[in-house]
Design a protein around this ligand. Structure first.
Ligand SMILES: Cc1ncc(COP(=O)(O)O)c(C=O)c1O
Length: 402
């Protein structure tokens, strides 16, 4: 989380390629502003939004409307009782991880298993206990053409043990790599979880049904053993703090109870703003017609810039199938990406060094110190100049120059 507060030397041009902020997309913001205006124009809706506590499980009408959408998407009946609202999906994970993992009264110790490292850095340090609750399996790496590579679940390394695994968790698309695990991989993990009686948490912060930042074939998945975590953040509402948990009622009641204890009720603003967009089917249109092409265009420029700048270096990018990151592997870089990050900051370029995303591994992995995450959601000219400058710094580092 340290990149959230990093500062560059004063007076220097800054290239903010770190953090996880989504883009400000004009058409999305216009739709949300219209929704906000309609809300403030209605005396009763506005009074209720700011003047009433919501139910601890979250906005009833929003949950009903979303449940109907999700039933169609997943081809299974999902009711409002299967949905709980939180103040951001980070808050959802804190509740889920600490409920499903750690020490239990029967003396057992259970962990959250991550089928692929690297994974979302925000899963780190969640445990309220002194020991980490994360256990991760290193990804298998497939080398691809065009200076690309792709992670897969290493089926020989990943297993689900019913006695020691509290839950399995994966982000799809994955932050930081932009990986989207295939339907086959997901079906296999879901089967392993079902057989072991262990819940599968799918973090869909960048996925379906919104914001839909998936640029490859991927079938949406949910069953009664799945805890699907959604968020309004990457849609363009990170400031509003809304997370959504879709799960069996035992889990949504757990979230409801935690909401009541931690903060009485989740905020109403996100559900109120989004409700009319879902009802008018405007949200799915924005995701498909505006958000996805927006990121794809930025992604193409970032890839072209990176591959042109680094054509002579042993540098590869992860196949960018989703989200908004260029996960770059500087193979055999002397000093690794911690050093590259440090040199980058000194020249105003903010990124996130890779090792932070490899939490829960049993042994250290050199690959972790050779990767680096670049967020390409920002203004393309700034992103591209930042990438070019970063690659020049890396070239000097490869040559052993300071
Ligand atoms: C994969 C992933 N999951 C969850 C979150 C948390 O999102 P929020 O708490 O804003 O809903 C993030 C934020 O960057 C993320 O990248």
């Amino acid at each position: 989380m340290e990149d959230l507060s990093i500062t560059t030397p004063p007076g220097q041009a800054t290239f903010p390629l770190g953090g996880g902020n989504p883009a400000h997309i004009r058409e999305v913001q216009d739709a949300l502003r219209e929704s906000a205006q309609a809300l403030t124009d209605s005396r009763s809706r506005f009074a209720s939004m700011i003047g009433d506590y919501d139910a601890p499980q979250g906005h009833e009408k929003f949950r009903c409307v979303l449940a109907a959408e999700l039933s169609t998407l997943f081809g299974r009946p999902i009711g409002a009782e299967n949905i709980a609202i939180t103040n951001g999906s980070q808050a959802s994970f804190e509740i889920l991880f600490n409920s499903l993992a750690g020490h239990f009264d029967d003396g057992s110790w259970r962990e959250i298993a991550l089928p692929i490292a690297p994974e979302y850095v925000g899963y780190n340090d969640m445990s309220r206990q002194s020991r980490s609750i994360l256990r991760a399996s290193p990804a298998q790496i497939d080398l691809l053409a065009d200076q690309q590579f792709k992670y897969r679940i290493d089926t020989s390394a990943f297993s689900v043990n019913s006695a020691s695994t509290g839950a399995v968790c994966l982000s799809r698309p994955t932050n930081p790599s932009g990986n989207v695990i295939s339907d086959e991989e997901l079906a296999r993990v879901a089967g392993q979880c079902r057989d072991a009686g262990v819940p599968l948490i799918i973090d869909s912060a960048y996925g379906l049904p919104f914001p839909g930042m998936i640029y490859t074939e991927a079938t949406p998945f949910w069953d009664e053993n799945t805890i699907l975590c959604l968020s309004l953040s990457k849609l363009g509402l990170p400031g509003v703090r809304t997370g959504i948990v879709v799960a069996d009622t035992a889990v949504t009641q757990l979230i409801r109870n935690a909401n009541a204890i931690n903060g009485l009720a989740p905020a109403r603003t996100g559900p109120e703003l989004l409700l009319p967009l879902i009802e008018r089917r405007q949200l799915s249109d924005l995701c498909e017609r505006v958000i996805k092409p927006h990121y794809l265009a930025k992604q193409q420029r970032a890839i072209d810039t990176m591959l042109t700048a680094a054509h002579d270096l042993p540098v590869r990018i992860h196949k960018p199938d989703g989200a908004m990151f260029l996960w770059t592997w500087f193979e055999d870089l002397p000093g690794g990406t911690d050093e590259l990050y440090r040199r980058g900051v000194a020249e105003g370029i903010i990124t996130v060094p890779g090792r932070h995303f490899f939490q829960g591994l049993e042994s250290s992995w050199q690959h972790a110190r050779e990767c680096l995450r670049i967020n390409y959601a920002g203004e393309p000219d700034v992103v591209c100049e930042g990438i070019e400058r970063l690659v020049n710094i890396a070239r000097r580092q490869y040559r052993g120059a300071s």
